[in-house]
Write a protein that binds this ligand. Structure first.
Ligand code: NAD
Length: 356
């Protein structure tokens, strides 16, 4: 039995979440997956109802589940609440309780949306489809630190076990994609990076079908902007992954398009954006990132790559047909057939494409 927690959250979360959940359920039924769904109040809506962003009873429910499908949390309505019960605090608790250690962030430029990308056509025409696999549970954000008046330090720490499990995830992911894995590090300076390189070299023997390489992070940051088509799957530390995944996101044109998966004991699938309070309730939210998060769940948690690919193709078909929420609508005059649409219309277009 696949146990799913649905946490739509705040702002545009429920608008895009309900659409993604419907599409996910359609695929679960089609592929004969036995499942149960528990919906929880999480984030600002839970602060309003219970006084806390995540009740301990709901934490237990989450810990006994397989995956969480999460919308987004937060917004100005909760800016004034006690910092210990802010919606974002609930997000940190959720991630900790799920023991998520691998963050998957794809960045893809659709041919029909290349004008939304800030990159030139001569770059996007070569096809951009990158997966950044970021270590999430360790590194400099969790290492020992001290902060004084005149000096401060942070520590980058990684154990062999932590590196091995994330690099294995990188290889496994590359096997399902373009079969190229690039380790991004700073091995010319950092001892931790050199350990990552040694472990990558050891493990690569077990994945002879994947071409393994390594690149310094400064070079990778430049190449992501100048030649992103060279990358397939990237594996990297927590800090470098944090920065590079946002750089990769920006080249796709809209954060509304991008999904993510955080894999651990319990997986979390969510779009990369926040609750977009500025457009909540207006029908302008792009549901694509949320829908593609559901596709990632099918691929990475349930091992149903074809079910995931069907959703991804349906998204592509709707975009190619011309459906555009305002975030990806072309500016000014355009000659192509374009249908500026609402959140619900985009959801329907994708659902229809899936059912065909
Ligand atoms: P945001 O990602 O919510 O919005 C940034 C901009 O992108 C806004 O202009 C918004 O309208 C637009 N946008 C975001 N998602 C979109 C979509 N699907 N379709 C179309 N446009 C979209 O970031 P923010 O405004 O800095 O944060 C708003 C709230 O969300 C804050 O309370 C923040 O703490 C929270 N937040 C939550 C998460 C999460 O739940 N994982 C992540 C980031 C921010």
């Amino acid at each position: 039995m696949f146990r799913l927690i649905y946490a739509p959250g705040d702002g545009i979360g429920p608008e895009i979440g309900d659409i993604a959940l419907n599409i996910l359920e359609y695929q679960l039924k089609k592929y004969g997956v036995q499942y149960e769904i528990t919906e929880i109040l999480f984030g600002g809506c839970a602060v309003d109802a219970y006084g806390v962003p995540l009740r301990s009873v709901d934490t237990s429910v989450v810990k006994n589940s397989d995956a969480v499908l999460l919308g987004a949390v937060g917004g100005p309505a909760w800016d004034g609440v006690d910092p210990s019960v802010r919606p974002e605090k609930g997000l940190l608790t959720l991630r900790k309780e799920c023991d998520a250690y691998a963050n998957f962030r794809p960045a893809r430029v659709y041919a029909c949306l290349k004008n939304a990308s800030p990159l030139k056509d001569r770059i996007t025409d070569k096809g951009i489809d990158i997966m950044i696999v970021r270590e999430l549970s360790s590194g400099i954000y969790f290492g020992e630190r001290a902060e004084g008046e005149n000096e401060a330090y942070d520590t980058e720490y990684y154990s062999r076990a932590q590196i091995e499990r994330i690099i294995r995830k990188g290889f496994e992911c590359a096997q399902t994609r373009g079969k190229k894995l690039c380790l991004v590090d700073k091995a010319n300076v950092l001892a931790t990076s050199r350990l990552w390189r040694r472990i990558m070299a050891e493990l690569s023997a077990g994945y002879p079908d994947v071409e393994a390489s390594a690149m310094y992070v400064d070079n990778a940051a430049m190449q992501l902007a100048s030649a992103p088509y060279k990358f397939d799957t990237v594996v990297t530390s927590n800090l470098f992954g944090d920065i590079l995944s946002d750089e990769a996101a920006v080249i796709t044109g809209s954060i509304g398009l991008l999904p993510s998966a955080s894999i651990g004991k319990v997986d979390i699938y969510e779009p990369i954006h926040g609750s977009a309070p500025d457009i909540a309730g207006t029908g302008k939210a792009d549901p694509v990132g949320m829908i593609l998060s559901a596709a990632m769940l099918l691929r990475y948690r349930l091992g149903l790559p074809e079910a995931a690919a069907e959703i991804e193709r349906a998204v592509e078909n709707a975009l190619e047909y011309g459906y555009r929420t305002p975030d990806i609508a072309p500016a000014g005059n355009y000659t192509d057939k374009i249908i500026i649409c609402t959140t619900a219309q985009m959801g329907e277009a994708i659902s229809d494409a899936l059912r065909q």
